[in-house]
Design a protein around this ligand. Sequence first.
Ligand code: MRU
Length: 342
Amino acid sequence: MTTRAIEWLDGKIRILDQSRLPQEQIFTDLDNYHDVVLAIKEMRVRGAPAIGIAAAYGIALGALGIKTANRDEFLVQLNQVMQTFAASRPTAVNLFQAINRMGKAARGDDVAEIRRALVNEAEQIHQGEITATMQLSQLGAELIKDGFTMLTHCNAGPLATAGYGTALGVIKAAREQGKKVSVFATETRPLLQGARLTTWELMQAGIPVTLITDSMAGYFMHQRKIDCVIVGADRIAANGDVANKIGTYTLAVLAKESEIPFYVAAPTSTIDLSLRSGAGIPIEERSPKEVSQIQGVPIAPKGIKAANPAFDVTPHRYITTIVTEKGIVREPYLEGLTKIVS
Ligand code: MRU
């Protein structure tokens, strides 16, 4: 997969617009930070690691656009830029980790030096995620046996990570190890990341993929057609509870009932040790229109009330292992996650 989801081009950010895929491959250049915030909110850039990377470059872009040469005034305005990013999407902790790192990197005697440090830090964050996703994919591939059929939900590939991918990275690495693997991809209502993006990425990688609706997962598990479930994550609490795309919890319960392993693959930037359990993870509520419409076309009666929580939390007891670039963690998660993060 060579398509670049996010690219820093000396003073502007080029993104592949994920809202238009797979019908259209449109690269958009963003040259001010407000447009980056909007791209995150509208999910033209999406997926936990990719949101963090986009925000880091967006903050660098914001810093380049601040007009004052006064260091203190510059830092006040930079803080406002970072606050705007913090308000873009609440669930993926990678966003807040990136903002935090950018805040710490804003060091230097003058404005020019701070700007250089911020661009450098954003590039480091991006490179770090590329390396982390490649490493965790290699580690995770050891869990995948030759001949496995895996079910994945939402999209956790190169688009979502601006790197190698997490859940899809593991699948690709297993394939690169010479294992014959195939995938069931859930469509992932309401925004269809599975149907639009995961299938597109897997087909490009030459990995056999079957698209199913979200409601078909239990049927195929019961038919013993699925050997494991593998998903990404948006935030992992200290006890191993995992927030991921809405519907993940349902899949985890079904997997346990069917005695199928349930794997989570995520870089350590997705781990939030400040939260003891998943109960503290903020769940994004998005527009009801995303449910009452499909790609702008109404599918329900006018005036229908609809709910749209974008994520759910899977309790750690349903999770067989969490794969990170620093190792594979099993129960007791608190111990294992604390060890790899500190
Ligand atoms: O709302 P999205 O599309 O940003 O949600 C993405 C997911 O839930 C992914 O599974 C998660 O971010 C992992 S990405 C490697």
